[in-house]
Design a protein around this ligand. Structure first.
Ligand code: ATP
Ligand code: MG
Length: 259
């Protein structure tokens, strides 16, 4: 098939000393630094309000930092190169309603590839594949407003997957998905030919999806390391208010058949 847009290699992501303040002046990011290698998958966990989504919105210049810098493949994110940066970085927003803006699912998913210069033939093929990956076959002509919350989230994921970006940042992609769909998405994320940033409060799918895990606390990275090592550090999790180990006994009972 003729392809106007050649597949790209994943590229690295670097944030250095990001500072960001919303209107009330409090720092939502307060010296946020992280370095992610090309093709690496990094998860971000942390309590509500820690600054995770705020960080993500800096990756393609939706928010501009009051201090610090973001580099995508070594290139600094700046007003002058936003178009190029946005062709490299796809963000799946926390709220799917922020992603879907045309009347039908098919049009929403086609928008990105078309905008990148794909032929109609390639656009149609990308739409077909992305909808199939999100188990949305037959949804092309459905109105996005009439979908269930989980279906909307899958449609929002499909719009970004169809663009095949070098960097994909997911903000709570597992929310509202049923277990079968979560399993499918974990497999898909593990096989993506892209650098992946994944924000998730759903710890098990997050651990299953990523290589490294970062704990975000009070606008900066509190710790980063191999996913299981971080997830086992209960003192760290307690300090940051995300101690999911409290559910350990329930899992134990479940696995022992005692429930
Ligand atoms: N549009 C906004 N205007 C003002 N303050 C905001 C805005 N968005 C976020 N904040 C504040 O910035 C801080 C960081 O918010 P952010 O959305 O980045 O957190 P988060 O880690 O993504 O949380 P959650 O897990 O709940 O999504 C919070 O204190 C939040 O109240
Ligand atoms: Mg958030």
């Amino acid at each position: 098939m003729a392809q106007l847009v050649a597949p790209h290699e994943p590229c690295g992501v670097e944030a250095e000393g990001l500072i960001y303040r919303y209107g009330d002046g409090r720092a939502a990011l307060d010296g946020f630094s992280v370095k992610i290698e090309p093709g690496e998958r990094v998860g971000f966990i942390g309590p509500s309000g820690a600054g995770k989504s705020t960080f993500l919105l800096h990756l393609n210049g939706i928010l501009k930092p009051a201090g610090g810098v973001v580099r995508i493949g070594g290139q600094e994110v700046a007003s002058a190169n936003l178009r190029e940066i946005r062709s490299k970085v796809g963000i799946v927003f926390q709220n799917p309603d922020d992603q879907l803006f045309t009347p039908t699912v098919g049009e929403d998913v086609a928008f990105g590839p078309r905008n990148l210069g794909c032929s109609e033939e390639e656009t149609a093929e990308r739409v077909r594949i992305a909808l199939s990956e999100m188990r949305l076959e037959g949804y092309e002509h459905r109105s996005t407003h009439e979908l269930s919350v989980g279906e909307k989230r899958r449609a929002a994921l499909a719009t970004v997957l169809a663009m095949r970006p070098q960097v994909i940042a997911f903000d709570e992609p597992f929310a509202n998905l049923d277990p079968g769909m979560v399993e499918q998405l974990v497999g898909l994320i593990r096989n993506l030919r892209a650098t992946v940033l994944l924000i998730s409060q759903e710890i098990l799918p997050a651990i299953a999806s990523v290589d490294r895990l970062a704990v975000v606390h009070k606008g900066r990275i509190e710790a980063i390391g191999p996913a299981l090592e971080i997830a086992r550090d209960r003192a760290l999790l307690q300090r940051c208010g995300i101690d999911f180990h409290v559910f350990g006994p329930v899992w134990q009972q479940l696995l022992n058949g005692a429930l």
